[in-house]
Design a protein around this ligand. Structure first.
Ligand SMILES: NC(=O)C1=CN([C@@H]2O[C@H](COP(=O)(O)OP(=O)(O)OC[C@H]3O[C@@H](n4cnc5c(N)ncnc54)[C@H](O)[C@@H]3O)[C@@H](O)[C@H]2O)C=CC1
Ligand SMILES: O=C(O)[C@H]1O[C@H](OP(=O)(O)OP(=O)(O)OC[C@H]2O[C@@H](n3ccc(=O)[nH]c3=O)[C@H](O)[C@@H]2O)[C@H](O)[C@@H](O)[C@@H]1O
Length: 466
């Protein structure tokens, strides 16, 4: 079966880039990305490509080439579902904030709404693809909704989790380590799997397209994120020990990473991992394990989150302790607010928690991030409800210029590893600051020797004071 028409529900960080790449690589397929968020769709359609709602290096060129050729962004969800043979569900699956499983389980209300809408609208057979990250066995719930509320057309459910990382979405999509497709082992299921394999084969070598049963595919996504986050928490745990012993975490990471059984990636100690998925997906995994009565399994994975929370807390505690046990009324500059470089996404960014802790100590914070807008910073803080929106605006100031952000400040905290921070004129920054001038490098990106030579008191995560 050759697919000619694809619809993707959800034009977010996954739906937008993923479909843009499919459209670029498959000019014979019409790809329509739909969303209920009108502003988001308008931004995807904006002539000014700097206004795309998702910042990803290289994405603007891909959108430019495919948009209005075979890539369309629309709010007409029903029409796109009706016309498509294959429908990707790429809506958000956040942690539940209410009811059973609050704070742990994935909230599947958006998934269920999509399934009901697909069932209501579909007049021809459809292949429904889970692109969102979902708890293992969600496909059976989707199937039940589709079969029980649909118009007696046939639905095949596939699991095709996305492994792209933000900031590198375009290269990750163009050259994926693997594409994973889970489907039923029935003849109809195999046909549907093959249809999706054919789409990817337009640019991904067949050896990298892995097919499994649905449950293995769903669970592999949660497992991959758990393993990745665990590596960050493991190296962050070592970073604290390094600080006590005079070892340097970068040296330790290099030494262990050269062991080919361990590998060198994902061993960069940091102020803590952020992003919309690691915490949410591990909490979901913990909840699933608990729901099967596997309490020891649940405790094991929960420790990854506990370590991450600790890492953020101890970073802000260290700032307070070093600044003579008080930051009240002191200006502290944050370089970076995004959860990693090369993205405008701030979801679960470590910067939010560190700022919240310091604001509770009555610090004045100035934030500079090359891609994050001021409203986003305030929205992140307001969401915590620790203090009023007026207080957040009084205590925290978002600057458009990094040098202005650093002017007269007592300390600089590096929260995101943006490349440009390394090349700043640190001599001038030093001159403009209160003395002693402190730098707390939560990403270990600055040159310690250079900064110390200029006169800074420099602290790096995981660097021991011997
Ligand atoms: N952000 C990332 O890097 C990755 C995310 N994922 C997973 O992909 C899924 C989507 O994540 P993001 O793209 O980051 O989320 P997002 O929040 O950026 O985008 C989701 C979009 O779905 C839309 N939506 C929700 N319900 C809808 C409905 N009923 N009809 C039409 N549109 C609807 C929302 O308006 C929103 O624009 C999640 O399950 C996430 O875990 C997987 C891999 C990477
Ligand atoms: O399911 C998802 O959403 C995605 O989650 C992560 O991607 P992402 O969160 O976009 O970014 P990562 O590069 O994994 O970084 C996550 C966090 O860990 C931190 N990190 C990462 C690596 C490292 O060595 N040290 C470290 O502190 C980053 O700074 C960031 O805050 C996974 O890497 C993707 O494969 C997955 O598809």
């Amino acid at each position: 079966m050759k697919i000619k028409n694809i619809c993707c529900i959800g034009a977010g960080y996954v739906g937008g880039p993923t479909m843009a790449v499919i459209a670029q690589k498959c000019p014979h397929i019409k790809v329509t990305v739909v969303d209920i968020n009108e502003a988001r769709i308008a931004a995807w359609n904006d002539k000014d490509l700097s206004k795309l709602p998702v910042f990803e290096p290289g994405l603007d060129d891909i959108v430019k080439g495919a948009r209005d050729r075979n890539l369309f962004f629309s709010t007409d969800v029903d029409k796109a579902i009706d016309e498509a043979e294959m429908i990707f569900i790429s809506v958000n699956t956040p942690t539940k904030t209410y009811g059973k499983g609050k704070g742990m389980a994935a909230d599947l209300k958006y998934i269920e709404l999509c399934a009901r809408q697909i069932a209501r609208v579909s007049k021809t057979d459809k292949i429904v693809v889970e692109k969102s990250t979902l708890p293992v066995r969600t496909a059976s719930a989707i199937k039940s909704i589709l079969d029980n509320t649909g118009n007696h057309v046939q639905f095949q459910i596939l699991s095709n989790p996305e492994f792209l990382a933000e900031g590198t979405a375009v290269p990750d999509l163009l050259n994926p380590d693997r594409v994973l497709i889970g489907g039923d082992t029935t003849p109809e299921g195999t046909k549907a799997v093959n249809a999706l394999v054919e789409v990817y084969e337009n640019w991904v070598p067949k050896a990298q397209i892995l097919t499994t049963n649905v449950w293995s595919s769903e669970l592999s996504k949660l497992t991959a994120n758990a393993f990745l986050a665990q590596r960050v928490s493991s190296i962050n745990a070592m970073s604290e020990l390094c600080e006590k012993t005079g070892a340097d975490v970068d040296e330790v990471a290099k030494a262990i990473g050269m062991d080919s059984r361990i590998g060198s990636k994902f061993l960069k100690a940091s102020v803590g991992f952020g992003g919309s998925c690691f915490q949410k997906d591990i909490l979901n995994l913990v909840y699933i394990a608990k729901s099967y009565g596997l309490n020891k399994v649940a405790d094991y994975w929960e420790q990854v989150i506990i370590m991450n929370d600790h890492q953020k807390q101890r970073f802000s505690d260290n700032i307070v302790n070093t600044l003579y046990n008080t930051v009240s009324g002191k200006k502290i500059t944050f370089l970076g607010w995004a959860f990693k470089k090369d993205t405008n996404d701030t979801r679960e960014s470590a910067a939010i928690k560190v700022a919240d802790n310091l604001l509770s100590e009555q610090a004045n914070i100035s934030v500079f991030d090359p891609k994050v807008v001021g409203e986003r910073v305030y929205a992140d803080l307001d969401y915590l409800k620790t203090r009023t929106t007026e207080e957040n605006r009084r205590l925290l100031n978002v600057c458009k210029d990094p040098y202005q952000a650093c002017n007269e400040s007592h300390a600089i905290a590096v929260l995101t590893e943006w490349d440009e921070f390394v090349d700043y004129d640190w001599e001038n920054i030093y001159k403009s600051m209160k003395k002693p001038a402190f730098v707390f490098d939560g990403r270990g990106i600055l040159n310690q020797k250079t900064l110390e030579k200029i006169g800074f008191v420099y602290y790096k995560i995981g660097s021991g004071i011997d």
